[in-house]
Design a binder for this molecule. Structure first.
Ligand code: ADP
Ligand code: TRP
Length: 335
């Protein structure tokens, strides 16, 4: 008998084009995991409504995320790709989980506090219960592993807590999901200006998108913050220089990185040369993905087919979980 593979679920919000942080924090893991696990990857359009209520560009953004998934190497025959709002069962599970989530813990969530600060005029209940919807996304597939970047770690811990509370109250239904990255530590790809992480819709000039053309990549990298260089051998490295090395480690040869580290330590480093090298290596890495993405985006029929196929598979799987949930909760009175 074939042993059942562990289940993986993850999602990306369609709030803009995907960037290097999304790629290394999440998508690269998706591509590797699709061979070993039963994978579900979705576009979290409902989550994006908590911060981006204007839906006029949503269809296009969803298509761009799916096209990026495919261009990065996700195979829709191996992994199930779908759009969050195509699964109605998630909404029902979200409702049940809301009764197990406490106002106090939701208010303490770091992302809630940050978003409430960013949009004081729109601190909606969806923002408060964002981690509950995320838990519903994960638990509706009974996922074991959730590949995400460091910024999502707290949300996964909350999903574990909601799963435990459900199991404790109604009986064992859910596995306790765990955040996952192949490199063991969850990643946080820094922005080019040294302030925080690369992010889809904040500070576009300090974020490298997978859709950026060669010139844009060059310009952004050449503008990254540096200084006059170290004055003493083996000086401690300022954060913004460490960030440039960090990006270089992602896309350049090991020997290139060590050569620049060496020149930093002996104070001979020229940041201009380092950034030029990084820009060329970045372009070599990004341009094939961008070109594939453009081809896929031109094929609306393919995109539609992938999403329909994914929605059917995801719904079938989620329906089974919801039936178990209702049974465990004794909500199936007349059947
Ligand atoms: P963003 O924060 O740019 O809007 P999302 O919130 O949709 O992106 O995140 C999608 C995935 O990419 C999540 O798993 C998230 O943890 C990961 N991610 C986003 N930004 C980064 C980053 N700078 N470094 C590492 N992972 C990231
Ligand atoms: N909140 C995640 C983010 O901003 C996106 C997301 C929604 C997600 N549902 C999920 C990620 C379920 C993992 C699992 O990045």
């Amino acid at each position: 008998m074939e042993t059942k593979k562990a289940v993986v679920l993850s999602g990306v919000r369609p709030t803009g084009d995907l960037h290097l942080g999304n790629y290394f924090g999440a998508i690269l893991n998706y591509v590797k995991m699709q061979n070993d696990y039963d994978c579900y990857f979705m576009v979290a359009d409902l989550h994006s409504l908590t911060t981006h209520p204007d839906t006029s560009g949503l269809k296009n953004h969803i298509q761009r995320v799916i096209a990026t998934f495919l261009a990065a190497g996700i195979d829709p025959e191996k992994a199930t790709l779908y759009c969050q709002s195509h699964l109605r069962t998630t909404g029902e599970l979200y409702l049940y989980l809301n009764m197990l989530a406490y106002k106090g813990e939701l208010e303490k969530t770091a992302t809630f506090k940050e978003k409430a600060r960013q949009q004081p005029d729109n601190v909606n209940a969806g923002l408060l219960t964002y981690p509950v919807l995320m838990a519903a996304d994960i638990l509706i597939h009974k996922a074991h592993f959730v590949p995400v970047g460091k910024d999502q770690e707290q949300h996964i811990e909350m999903a574990r807590n909601f799963a435990k509370r459900f199991n404790h109250r109604y009986g064992e239904v859910f596995p306790e999901p765990e955040a996952f990255n192949y490199s063991h530590d969850l990643l946080k790809i820094p922005s080019l200006d040294g302030s925080g992480k690369m992010s889809k819709s904040v500070n576009e000039n300090a974020t490298i998108y997978l859709s950026d053309n060669d010139d844009t990549i060059r310009k952004k990298i050449m503008k990254a913050k540096t200084d006059a260089g170290p004055q003493q051998p083996n000086s401690p490295m300022p954060d913004y220089v460490e960030n440039i090395f960090h990006l270089m480690e992602l896309v350049s040869e090991n020997s290139t990185v060590s050569q620049f580290r060496q020149s930093y330590n002996d104070c001979s480093i020229r940041y201009g040369d380092m950034k030029k090298q990084l820009a060329e290596d970045m372009i070599r890495f990004i341009s094939p993905i961008r070109k594939k993405m453009e081809d896929i985006l031109a094929d609306e029929v393919l995109l539609k087919k992938v999403m329909e196929h994914g929605a059917a598979k995801a719904n079938e799987h989620a329906d089974q979980t919801l039936a178990e949930v209702r049974k465990a909760m004794r909500l199936n009175y007349f059947i």
